[in-house]
Design a protein around this ligand. Structure first.
Ligand code: NAI
Length: 253
């Protein structure tokens, strides 16, 4: 079957997803700035903030494979990093890779790992407009807005969710599905950064739900959404939070 591209495959959720896909017998290409990949994953070392590196990844994949079976956008950086980098890795890179590789995706599926942070109300009324801005226009807007890293993180995930849905509608005629997953806190190396950039929400979540997800508990639904088992699931954002939102919002019994 045609290969699946997984970004962020060197660590955390991306590594868990790539491992699952390899075990399921798929050919997996992992794109990450870190070269060390799970066993069986073919590495492409690239810095997702570098437009030339992204173009090279697209050219290389298009040159090697007539078709791709799926795209999983998992790489991401936390709000402890500057806003420009957050927007570049978490939003502009997945958009650019998707646009560059769309033609190779006859059938197949796209999954992007967003976040509960993408459900915050801030910028909700501007997301469609911001999603339409070119890379440099968005970065200029972010500078004018004085966007901080943490707010850029939330916005980048909101843009991913919006785009995931828009892509589903756009790609219907080609039989390509597009969905996103929004995890609550997950035990991966990034979690320490979230503790310092998310105003206590990681701690509150642990208190409410009792623990954090393992990377594989997010990789499992991501693998499902990529697979034909999810053939009728399209244009949704799947919240995978162990009941966190329910515990915040459910009426007390
Ligand atoms: P992680 O830090 O273990 O993995 C992130 C991966 O992205 C790393 O392998 C890293 O090398 C790669 N990466 C970062 N910047 C890059 C760049 N410029 N070029 C190439 N690769 C780059 O973190 P985790 O938790 O596995 O994160 C995966 C996704 O899940 C991210 O998009 C994150 O925002 C999202 N997420 C994570 C949550 C958590 O609590 N861990 C909660 C909600 C969403």
């Amino acid at each position: 079957s045609p290969p699946v591209l997984v970004t962020g495959a060197a660590s955390g959720i991306g590594a868990a997803l790539a491992t699952r896909l390899v075990r399921a017998g798929l050919r997996v290409i992992g794109a990450d700035r870190a070269a060390e990949m799970p066993e069986g994953v073919e590495p492409i070392c690239c810095d997702l903030t570098d437009p030339q590196a992204l173009a090279a990844v697209v050219d290389r994949l298009r040159g090697r494979f007539p078709r791709l079976g799926g795209l999983a956008h998992v790489a991401g950086v936390p709000g402890t990093v500057d806003a420009a980098t957050v927007l570049a890795v978490n939003w502009l890179a997945p958009r650019k890779l998707t646009e560059g590789l769309l033609d190779s995706l006859e059938g197949g599926a796209i999954v992007s790992v967003a976040s509960l942070a993408g459900h915050h109300p801030e910028y909700a009324d501007q997301v469609a407009e911001l999603a339409g801005l070119a890379d440099d226009e968005l970065q200029d807007w972010a500078r004018r807005e004085g966007l901080t890293g943490p707010r850029a993180y939330d916005l980048s995930k909101k843009l991913l969710i919006h785009h995931g849905r828009a892509l589903a509608a756009r790609l219907l005629p080609r039989g390509v599905r597009s969905n996103t997953i929004s995890p609550g806190p997950v035990h991966t190396p990034i979690l320490g950064d979230f503790r310092s950039s998310m105003n206590g929400s990681v701690e509150r979540s642990e208190h409410l739900v009792g623990r954090h997800a393992s990377a594989d508990e997010i990789a499992a639904p991501a693998a499902f959404l990529l697979s034909d088992e999810a053939s009728w699931i399209n244009g949704v954002d799947l919240v995978a939070d162990g009941g966190l939102i329910a515990s915040r919002t459910a009426p007390t019994p």
